[in-house]
Write a protein that binds this ligand. Structure first.
Ligand SMILES: Cc1ncc(COP(=O)(O)O)c(C=O)c1O
Length: 443
């Protein structure tokens, strides 16, 4: 077995091509994590690192939850794998039933995947197939949004709107268009919670309807709160307006809730929090507390019933993954949902969200800070980019925080925070103090 120290040997790091990482920079100064419990990681050099990002927006119940690890171990011993193609195993049905108890509105039909990216591609494919099954086969266009992140599949990057994630990989899906993003820094700077200005940006969908005609548009996909692009909170009334337009033009509304699901906003899902009914939601991350890679797509009863009643082929949807409903993921997912329920963690997040908000905004006078945004247990702190060296400043703040024992995340020159929902006030204070120090020390 490789010891933590020998893992630092440059030779040992060579084979792994790391995702979304500057491999060259990482391998000269690696940051390796070797253990995790509660709100803390342990680094390879034995330091405690406060997890200000719940891993990658996913370890909502905190690390090392024994209920989950035991459920996985038990299931691995009982039955390691069974597939779900014209076969099944009870746990997958049980998991779907448990999940459907908490999914909002009538989104009670569950398709299981293995990641957020797969959930997004699955949702887009279901939307296209649905239109065809119900006799609206011309509705093939998919509408995303500028600055959106919907994972890294070809569907996800096509409807996504982050330039770097798209520019290397060819033209993407045909027939995709984008509505405008909602970032209005001049009007909404330092907004607490939902910004006042920008609901009318939803009307940009009308522009695309005029351009393409509604008879050609299958679905619109948005993140209720944009995370990976640097925390963009929807303006008050924006999502409601988008819903109304989708109704007006008979277009499906897909919420990508990969980060907003499972209590991140202090409610089960963004759809609950904002009181807006999507037709499909994409889930992953907090679904299994990240213990086993898993995702899910929750679909309205209406959509599912349409497939069941109108599909002319025995198999209603030609889509699925070898690991859809993997027994270990189902075991982890059920144990995770138990924790959320038993510990009332979504309400807990709601209870501490005001403290979080004030803590985030206490940094408004910190060095380099030009905007702060927050909602639920999410915080975004935007820095003035260093002239001629965009992203360098935030990246240095990241390194400093890590050295001081706090894990943050940066995207461009924006710091994005999303701690586990079990976070205590003292932890929040420590994140803020560490950030202020790191910002002060950074040129
Ligand atoms: C909104 C959103 N959708 C999709 C994804 C992709 O999820 P995954 O990395 O599990 O494929 C992410 C990941 O951060 C996300 O934030």
């Amino acid at each position: 077995m490789t010891s933590p120290d020998s893992a630092l040997d440059a030779q040992d790091l060579e084979n792994l091509w790391m995702p979304f990482t500057s491999n060259r920079a990482f391998k000269t100064k690696p940051k390796l994590l070797t253990a995790a419990k509660g709100i803390f990681y342990t680094s390879h050099d034995g330091r405690e690192i406060l997890d200000g990002t719940a891993g990658l927006w996913c370890v909502n119940a905190g690390h090392g939850r024994e209920e989950i690890t035991q459920a996985i171990a038990h299931q691995a011993a009982q039955m390691d794998f069974a597939h779900s193609f014209n076969m099944g195993h009870p746990l997958a049905f049980q998991f779907a039933e448990r999940l459907a108890r908490i999914t909002p509105y009538d989104l009670k039909r569950i398709f299981l995947t293995n990641s957020g990216s797969e959930s997004v591609d699955t949702a887009l494919k279901i939307a296209l197939a649905y239109q065809r099954v119900r006799g609206q086969g011309t509705k093939t266009r998919l509408i995303g949004r500028e600055r959106a992140y919907h994972g890294v599949g070809f569907g996800g990057i096509s409807v996504g709107g982050i330039v770097k994630n798209r520019m290397w990989f060819g033209p993407g899906l045909p027939g995709v268009d984008h509505i405008r993003h909602t970032h209005l820094p001049e009007q909404n700077r330092f907004a607490k919670g939902q910004p006042e200005h920008g609901a009318d940006l939803a009307d940009d969908l009308e522009r695309l309807v005029q351009l393409h005609d509604a008879s050609n548009i299958a679905a619109v996909i948005v993140e209720p709160v944009m995370g990976s692009t640097g925390v963009l909170v929807p303006p008050k009334g924006y999502l409601q307006r988008l819903r109304a337009l989708c109704d007006k033009y008979d277009i499906l509304l897909i919420f990508d809730e990969v980060i907003t699901g499972f209590g991140r906003l202090g409610a089960g899902f963004g759809a609950d929090f904002f009181g807006v009914r999507p037709d499909i939601i994409c889930l992953a991350k907090g679904l299994t507390n990240a213990c086993v890679p898993a995702g899910a797509v929750a679909v309205s009863n209406r959509i599912y019933d349409t497939f069941m009643q109108m599909s002319e082929t025995p198999i209603e949807l030609f889509h699925g993954y070898t690991y859809s409903g993997h027994p270990l993921a189902c075991a982890a997912g059920i144990a995770t949902l138990d924790i959320y329920e038993n510990e009332d963690l979504f309400a807990r997040a709601a209870g501490i969200a005001d403290y979080w908000q004030e803590a985030m905004h206490s940094l408004s006078d910190a060095r380099h800070v030009v905007d702060i945004r927050n909602i639920g247990l999410i915080g975004g702190i935007e820095l003035e980019p260093r002239p001629g060296a965009a992203t360098a400043r935030a990246s240095e703040v990241f390194d400093r925080c890590y050295d001081k024992g706090v894990m943050i995340r940066v995207t461009g020159d924006i710091i994005a925070l999303s701690p586990p929902l079990i976070i205590e006030k003292a932890h929040i204070d420590r994140i803020v103090t560490t950030l202020r120090e790191a910002l002060d020390e950074t040129a």
